[in-house]
Ligand binder design. Sequence first.
Ligand code: SF4
Length: 573
Amino acid sequence: MSGAAVEREKLEVDVLLVGGGPASLSCALHLMNLVEKYNASGGKAVEKPSVLVIEKGFAIGSHILSGAVLDPRALDELVPGWKDEGGLPAGVPVSEEAFVFLAGGNTAFRVPGFLLPPAMKHRGCRIVILSRLVKWLAERAKEKGVEILEGVPGWEILFEGDRVKGVRCRDAGVGKDGKPKDNYLPGADIEAKVTIFGEGTRGSLTRQLVERLNLSADRNPQIYATGCKELWEVPKGRFPVGKVVHTLGFPLDLGTFGGGFIYGVAEDRAAVGLVVGLDYSDPMMDIHREFQRWKTHPFVRNILDGGQMIASGAKTIPEGGYFGMPRLYGDGFLIVGDSAGMVNSQRLKGIHLAMKSGMLAAEAVFECLKGGDFSERALGRYDDLFELSWARRELHAVRNWRQGYSGGILVGNIHFAAQMLTGGRGFVAKLKAKPDHLHFRRLGANGRPPELRPDGKLTFDKLTALYKSGTEHIEDQPPHCKVLDMEICASKCGEEFGRPCTRFCPASVYEWAEEKEAGGSTSDKPAGSCGRGSLKINFSNCLHCKTCDIKDPYENLRWTPPEGGGGPKYQDL
Ligand code: SF4
């Protein structure tokens, strides 16, 4: 319904921020603070800019899911004296930490602290609930005059030549047949002097932008991990507040990058999760299943047994680091946060980098406002500021880290040792990466996947976990998880990889329905077996994690935003 004949509301603002996460909100707040401070200092005043944030989730924070251990460095800069701020949900200080290797069977070994590089230690950090922090940032930004529209997804970028002039929002009220319903409302066109993309991981508009303007030419492709997470109420005294545990080993093999985490977020509450690099090669891999298996290891079971799972969700994480970042600026736009790949995967942290990138973008935009110049050259100041920042130094120091593990844990450890001795360089100046979807081995070279029968107490099937995410979508709309060519699913994807989407999606969105053979049943065939049938798309289950958009072996799945407000309603994840 995005044809030219439709009459659309048109809005004009100075600064449009797409996405209401930590990067965008830090940007909005910092920009308003800079203008306020500058105008209070005397001199020629800068007109207060109109700043608009659009957020696709039902509310600010409802699509936010993160571990999360926060390095407060950017928060210190954005809100100096935040410790004395009433109501700022800055979590609890990390009081104790451990790195544990889970071996098969029942054993677990604590990795001695002296074997861990300083970057893997969390002294001075805080365990936060990120959705609470972004809600606080949003309220603070609103007090300064920033406007925030919730439940408004961006649908496409408005270009004038190669200049970004704004964003068209998604239409509302379109039926599953693609026709307008009685409540049809065309999405508004929002034009801005600068559009800042802070959509989070694998943003759908950022993807359009990067592809159209070739912003990743000369860079590594971005690579990702998927994290499944649950929030647990644990029996009294079972896990201390402020304790951080990371695990390696079980249930992942030596060819698969990833690990688990357990964070004591509050009194008798633990956040637990498993993160798996999407450069895994086994098409039978199911990250949700592996997460559930991880909880059955006695080391984890002994913490959770007798407790209750109260919330669940999943999300991808950009892990490509410094060499995986696209060009951050261009005519009419900037890219910040996870959309820009601002994650230090060695430290398992990105919130501080997202916030810092938003602040640097604000500083560049502030200079544009002062000079009345929003040209590509003027916006390029963001890149200059980033190159001079501690964020760049931090990312550059681990520039080859994650790619080193694409060949498995043992090879990765050799790379890591070399990088430790050479200031992050390792064996080569720039270690290449290949896109996650190209890592699959053919079906048949893999054994049968491990069995798991969820017990509904410690382990859960995907639909039970989904229920705990609060996910809802309007049913009568075109599926937002799109299959570009169904024939590929029916033929070569089934034959070669056994349709891995039916496993890698943590929400059972993709289901293969085999055609029944005359007089027989197909129920005894393994999942993903070759044959005719059709791919059923349960799009209303979608958690917006974006795994399908990244990992499909033929790039045959495309995630687009659903009608406004649809998706998870994460609480305290
Ligand atoms: Fe994630 Fe795609 Fe499944 Fe949605 S459909 S939950 S984005 S893998």
